[in-house]
Design a protein. Structure first.
Length: 241
């Protein structure tokens, strides 16, 4: 099996009022290439901290993270900037859409900032419509859209630059069960079509009803670390080839 991410004995602590607050303790994980990988755990178990480290936003206190064989400890600032810009797509619980832009304008914003041609932007946008059902409401503004529509737009914004890795932090935390299942189907479509490695973190047990496997994380303040399971399943919503 080819691993996209290999994590060895990863720890992260913060200094607070002269004392070390442990967020992660000796985490070891192997995350396969092109799979949906889910980490579940209660609030405070370090899930978001792990995501920030994998996204190049924070650095670990100790331990190693290898991305496609490259040790992130060897990255310079320019390497981190390029990694965040080109390799990683982020999906957040609160969508982070700009209110003054339509859903489509929000989606293509990363390409606009890269100053790509209009033809190239429209081509890439047409590509993601093959995986995510957003075209019917693309001209709506966020305040005119449902939570599920906003989250689909946020997912499109994350994948429009064709990242190799998607990091999703509580992507269904503010959605009801119907929309949560729709978002999971969207992620499965993306996996099947783009062969992207997707890491989902959540503390919600609703995933039991929509996934065949799951892993759990314990608080970094306690001995131990993360257990994890790779989710392999068929896609319930077909994605055009």
């Amino acid at each position: 099996m080819q691993y996209h991410i290999v994590i060895n004995n990863l720890s992260k602590s913060y200094q607070s009022k002269g004392a070390a607050q442990i967020a992660l303790s000796n985490v070891t994980l192997n995350i396969p290439q092109g799979e949906i990988f889910c980490i579940m755990g209660s609030s405070g178990s370090g899930k978001s901290t792990l995501l920030k480290i994998l996204g190049g936003i924070e650095k670990p206190t100790s331990g190693t993270v290898y991305i496609n064989g490259s040790n992130m400890a060897d990255y310079g600032q320019q390497d981190y900037d390029l990694y965040r810009q080109m390799t990683v797509g982020y999906v957040f619980q609160d969508f982070n859409l700009l209110e003054g832009l339509t859903l489509k304008e929000n989606i293509i914003l990363p390409l606009t900032l890269q100053k790509l041609s209009e033809t190239e932007i429209q081509r890439k946008y047409a590509d993601i419509l093959q995986c995510v059902d957003i075209g019917y409401c693309e001209n709506n503004y966020p305040e005119q859209s449902s939570g599920g529509e906003q989250q689909r737009a946020a997912i499109c914004r994350a994948i429009i630059k064709a990242p190799k890795l998607i990091l999703a932090d509580e992507p269904t935390g503010s959605l009801d069960n119907v929309n949560a299942k729709a978002i999971l189907s969207t992620f499965m479509n993306i996996k099947e079509r783009m062969h992207t490695t997707i890491i989902l973190v959540t503390h919600g047990l609703r995933w039991r009803s929509v996934c065949f496997g799951r892993g759990y994380g314990r608080s970094g303040r306690a001995p131990g670390g993360y257990g994890a399971a790779v989710f392999r399943y068929g896609c319930s919503v077909s994605c055009p080839a």
